[in-house]
Design a protein. Structure first.
Lengths: 206, 206
DNA sequence: ATTATCTATAGATCTATAGATAATGC
DNA sequence: ATTATCTATAGATCTATAGATAATGC
């Protein structure tokens, strides 16, 4: 069998599943569509993954991990607070730009199924807690120095996430109001990133 | 028949449909569930609304209109620019707080069906265009006076909407990181509103 | 011998309607 | 006479599996 020439069937199904699930959500996705997208017969899907739910869980857990980690790439270097915050926002924005559908997908699935909410709690919350406490330390230090105003670290993270994710989520709402000629969109998107950084630093000013 | 003692069947179905559709989305909603929620037999749903799609369209159009108008309650009074912006944000925030699921519902349905995207364009975009141009006038005037920095009015609206809607949309993501004892949530929510107003005005400073 | 693939179909679920019956308004 | 309601079911999908056949690795 062509071992490496093409992706293996199992891999093809998984990739197709990611695409379709993220696009349509669990409920609206048909296993037949995933099979078609993967270019394999429908029975193969059940042969490798047994159930639709099984396949979904694999996809969902992977994506939760990915999204949760994207919030915090803060590699503590010998940089100033402002620089650390700036580059963290930049990194997060770039990730969201590469994966614009991910946030919405995960929020929707958490809302529609209690089990998914549990998966989120188990995987993402520990990552968050950890990162939030290190951000809290930085904030406390700066507040003591008088360089920023006090702010709840969770509020802070939520505001950053909001500013970065929402432009992509709400794109369809504003689509017909803009001159987004795709060529200009790239530029617009970079401006947005800069503006978000500016706004967050402004918000922190005493 | 009890004309006014209870809601009529048609009304009961419509209200149940709103609830279930907004909660689960079109694809995941079963007409049997709507009937059950309304407390009527399943056949009644089809008797009054013929098809699931029909019923959905009525709900969707109503909600699109509602959401689109919520963005702009700017009654041009004899108030300052700052006051107008502040009260507009406040009004919008309060609306979102009363209807926290609405934004996500509409975004999802636009994403999953081209026809819904068309409905949004037909209903919401005219309302937006109208309001955006009046905001643009206000901004231009203030910019000329040197009281604010120049900003694209669509960007401006999108930022406000983002700051107001996202805390509610992303609530499940941050749920387990907070002390949200429901009694405290009301206070938190009011703080959030104030903070959003502060942030937007800050953003506009030259 | 084991693993991968295919065709065919069982069984569950869901939308929609047919046809009968009850309630309401002239 | 018309409108509203009910029960029963047709017809369309969709998930999952059974059972047969082909490919692969010792």
């Amino acid at each position: 069998m062509s071992e490496e020439k093409e992706l293996k069937t199992e891999e093809l199904i998984l990739e197709a599943a990611e695409k379709v699930f993220i696009n349509k959500g669990f409920a609206a996705t048909k296993t037949t569509e995933i099979a078609k997208e993967a270019g394999v017969t429908h029975a193969m899907l059940h042969y490798y993954f047994r159930t639709k739910e099984n396949l979904f869980n694999i996809v969902f857990q992977n994506k939760v991990q990915l999204l949760a980690n994207s919030f915090f790439s803060v590699v503590h270097q010998d940089k100033s607070f402002t620089e650390i915050i700036g580059s963290a926002i930049e990194h997060h924005f770039d990730f969201i730009k590469e994966n614009p559908e991910l946030g919405l997908f995960i929020i929707n699935e958490i809302n529609s199924n209690e089990k998914n909410s549990k998966i989120w709690s188990d995987i993402a919350v520990p990552i968050f807690s950890n990162a939030v406490s290190s951000i809290k330390q930085m904030i406390d230090t700066e507040v003591q120095k008088g360089t920023i105003r006090p702010i709840d670290p969770v509020d802070f993270v939520q505001t950053v996430v909001s500013l970065n994710i929402f432009p992509f989520i709400s794109k369809p709402l504003f689509k017909n109001l803009r001159h987004v000629s795709d060529k200009e969109y790239e530029k617009f998107s970079e401006q947005q990133k800069k503006e978000n950084i500016r706004l967050v630093l402004l918000m922190l000013k005493p």
